[in-house]
Design a protein around this ligand. Structure first.
Ligand code: PEP
Ligand code: MN
Length: 338
């Protein structure tokens, strides 16, 4: 349930409402938006018994949230949430650009990738150190050593680091090196992992599950937020359909749907959607035109010899060209790149 405060209500009025919630064993999520101040009720509203907030002078109305996800809902925060990662702000006018190899493979490779994507204008360096591979015999990632190398390369260039974890016991180690932790498509419903990453308070990039609906995805985000971590960015990376021409089908329509139903920022991963480097630019432009808040793209200094996802990784040169095109589109739709 949300409690909409009357226009002109004071800080003291809001405090009164929050205090009343506390007295009933409930928490509050405050949203001071452009239209109204909203107090979101955290916890089971049955605890209120017969208490009616609408009887308070400062309250305009109480509105139930009909979705299973509450904190992630648009109703709870109508102006949209922003996720701050250092000086980078995700979910406002500026598009956030994350790029780097599928996996960290060596110091040379991640350093070249970092230099390349930074030169193009990227804000985050991506790179997997714990790789969720379909086959147990495929390269599984460099683990902590890879994270160290990525941090070093990113720091040398002034980039933030985003990297995937696949198990909750990796959070402490990854948290030492990463600014943002990625939960991959295969782990979108690993509820233990979601809760633990929620407790960590480290910003999270939550990818959409391969066969998950938008509702299931937002419920997964709710798991993280319910532990007190509101720093969640969603990432649409393509879903499994009958189509085989691409690795996955990029669900561009998920962008406006998520924007309507949720307050969370959303970015697009065209790389894992397309599976082929030649389609990445088109899908990037489509995602941004649809209203996404940024892109995460696989870039490798020499894609042909990549140890994973070779077919979909861009060269730094191709990424720089893509960046320019997205920049031109950004201007037209009132967004910025830097
Ligand atoms: C990745 O980003 O490296 C990755 C494995 O992506 P996804 O979870 O979307 O497949
Ligand atoms: Mn990959």
């Amino acid at each position: 349930m949300i409690i909409v405060m009357k226009n002109g209500s004071t800080k003291q009025d809001v405090e009164k409402v929050i205090e009343a919630l506390k007295e009933h064993g409930l928490g509050a999520n405050l949203s001071t938006g452009s239209q109204a101040t909203i107090v979101g009720v955290l916890g089971d509203k049955a605890k209120l018994g017969g208490f009616d907030f609408e009887l308070m002078d400062c309250v305009e109305k109480c509105v139930p949230i009909m979705h299973s996800y509450k904190l992630a809902s648009r109703e709870m925060c109508p102006d949209g949430r922003v996720v701050q990662v250092g000086e980078e702000v995700i979910g406002r006018k500026k598009l956030v650009m994350m790029a780097g190899p599928c996996a960290v493979e060596s110091e040379d490779q991640i350093t070249q990738a970092a230099v390349g994507v930074k030169a193009a204008g990227a804000h985050f360096l991506r790179g997997g150190a714990y790789k969720p591979r379909t086959s147990p015999y495929s390269f599984q990632g460099m683990e902590e050593e890879g994270l160290k190398l990525m941090r070093k390369a990113a720091d040398a260039c002034g980039l933030k680091v985003v990297s995937e974890i696949v198990a909750h016991d990796q959070i402490d180690t990854a948290g030492k090196y990463c600014d943002m932790l990625q939960i991959g498509a295969r782990n979108m419903q690993n509820f233990r992992l979601l809760r633990e990453v929620g407790r960590s308070k480290i910003p999270v990039l939550l990818k959409r599950g391969i066969s998950s609906t938008v509702e299931e995805w937002l419920d997964a985000a709710e798991y993280i937020m319910s532990e007190g971590n509101y720093n969640v960015v969603l990432c649409e990376r393509g879903i499994r359909t009958f189509e085989t021409a691409t690795r996955n089908t990029l669900d561009v329509s998920a962008v406006p749907v998520v924007k309507e139903r949720s307050s969370l920022p959303i970015i697009i991963d065209p790389s894992h959607a397309a599976g082929k480097s030649k389609y990445i630019t088109s899908l990037s432009l489509a995602g941004i035109a649809a209203g996404a808040d940024g892109l995460i793209i696989e870039v490798h200094p020499n894609p042909k010899v990549a140890m994973s996802d070779a077919a979909q990784q861009l060269t730094p040169e191709a990424y720089a060209t893509l960046f320019q095109k997205v920049g031109a589109l950004a201007k037209v739709i009132g967004r910025e790149m830097q």
